[in-house]
Design a protein around this ligand. Structure first.
Ligand code: SAM
Length: 178
């Protein structure tokens, strides 16, 4: 059962002030939280008074039902979806910000799913929009997800920006150029 770090204050770490600033300035009006767990970001955005600025805020991805239940008890709802599958939105439905926190390290040594997830996020990302990723840094033989993301960004011709770069954790933006 999920009862500790992924329920409460975790997103104070995984959601940087730069993302909040984008919402406050009106640059970001729609957010997709891919891998939302217990809907901790939903709670944080409500606490910060930012949720009413988002149309829409959509979230998906709980490990299992106990996470989904916590989400429901918080008065939030999330889709049951897998970011390794194409996103279940209409062709013209895009988001200004696709956020992913703390799932990429789970892939350990396999870069394939990371690239697939980034491809799927890209398909629902607005021009000029951002993919925001925060996660733990793994060391060999596990892969460092930031290296995969950097390589993917260069191949796409997009812009890569470090928000946090520490030995144990990183937060990046990938900015879509159309
Ligand atoms: C460690 S939890 C973090 C949850 C939340 N992002 C947070 O920071 O509080 C990782 C989350 O990623 C989700 N996740 C992992 N792989 C996923 C996938 N392929 N599709 C959707 N969600 C996934 C899990 O269900 C879990 O909710």
């Amino acid at each position: 059962m999920w009862s500790q770090q992924y329920i409460n204050s975790h997103h104070e770490v995984s959601w940087p002030p730069e993302n909040s600033a984008l919402i406050k300035s009106g640059q970001v009006r729609s957010v997709l939280d891919a891998g939302s767990g217990t809907c901790s970001l939903d709670v944080l955005l409500r606490k910060k008074g930012l949720m009413h600025l988002l149309h829409p805020f959509i979230q998906f991805g709980a490990w299992e039902c106990s996470m989904g239940r916590i989400c429901g008890e918080r008065g939030a709802s999330q889709l049951d979806w897998d970011f390794l599958k194409p996103m279940p939105f209409c062709d013209s439905c895009t988001f200004d910000l696709v956020h992913q926190a703390r799932a990429f390290h789970e892939f350990k040594t396999d870069a394939g799913p990371l690239r697939l997830a980034l491809d799927n996020f890209d398909k629902v990302l607005s021009c000029g929009g951002r993919i925001s990723i925060e996660d733990l840094i793994l060391h060999p033989p596990s892969q460092n997800w930031t290296e995969v993301a950097l390589d993917w960004t260069h191949k796409m011709g997009y812009e890569f920006q470090w928000l946090v770069k520490k030995p144990e954790t990183a937060h990046i933006w990938i900015i879509k150029r159309c």
